[in-house]
Design a protein around this ligand. Sequence first.
Ligand SMILES: *Cc1c(COP(=O)(O)O)cnc(C)c1O
Length: 332
Amino acid sequence: MVYLYQNKETLPTFIAKHLLPLQLFTRIHSINRYRSNTYVKREDELSASIVGSKYRKYASIIPFLKQQNFSEVAIIGGENSNNIVGILQFLNEHNLTAKPFLLKQNQHNLRGNSLWLRLLCPENEIYWIERKDWTRVNDIAYAYCNRQTHKTFVLEEGGNHESALWGAMTLAIDILRNEQQNSLNFSDIFIDSGTGITSIAMILGFAVMQEHNRNFHITMIAGNESTYRNLLQKYTSYIENTLSTTIDTSKYNITFHTPPTAKSFGAVNTTVLNEIQLIARTTGMLVDPIYSAKHFLTAKNTVTQNSPSLLIFNGSSFGLAGFQEKIEQKIK
Ligand SMILES: *Cc1c(COP(=O)(O)O)cnc(C)c1O
């Protein structure tokens, strides 16, 4: 056990004070028929309708909002965002008003997240943003909040806020628990990235607990390496200041990967659909196309040493809901 400097407590004890009382453990199991010497971490099992990585973030965002007495939250994202549908579930549960600022995606039929979104929030509460105005979305949301008389918080796209770090760091704690329970030591950990905060928090969690010697493989589903490194730097400083500790960033061992196919965010093609089928038949998991199928394919194509690898399944089968017609066409 590593004790945090000054606080004289461990990271898990410190973090626990910032979390909702949720079950934040997930299992691992081997998927050797898909990728040899590989285990998958079932983050999809944290919640039936909220993506696992998001669920961990909300575990500490919600306590932050309550503690700061916010009564309304401006949320930002695309009409099909996993984050919007996930946070709406938590905001409704906790009696916090949501004000979505959403990128209009002009689709013909409502399906998947765009449909669940409208179950969770009345259409006339949504502030639609045209694509040409999307770069100004944060300004628009902050301007809205400044006009309110009650305390209103702007949660930027992907739940990318420092209050999400504590919840997201539980992933590192939980991986250590998996390793101990299964007498394993993962030399390579594969994780997918959107804004980057989920994987950054995991890397920081390992660093604070002084668990080095792991190679982190980041599948860049969205964003790029330089924005990722800037965010890593920003959150490293935040954690160092908050925990009064120093983090040796030279020990980070990070490799960035881009998916071999359908590289732009949101793109889905036959290769991705074929991979979903292959994963279903070799592992039993139903994975979403936007993040997880591309992430798995990327990991499968990456050669690592002989020691076991861990592949994090951050997505959910729920994310497949918007793709039923595409899958039907593929199966026929
Ligand atoms: C949102 C999401 C991520 C990425 O999380 P970030 O913290 O934005 O990097 C990864 N996988 C899935 C399935 C997601 O929905």
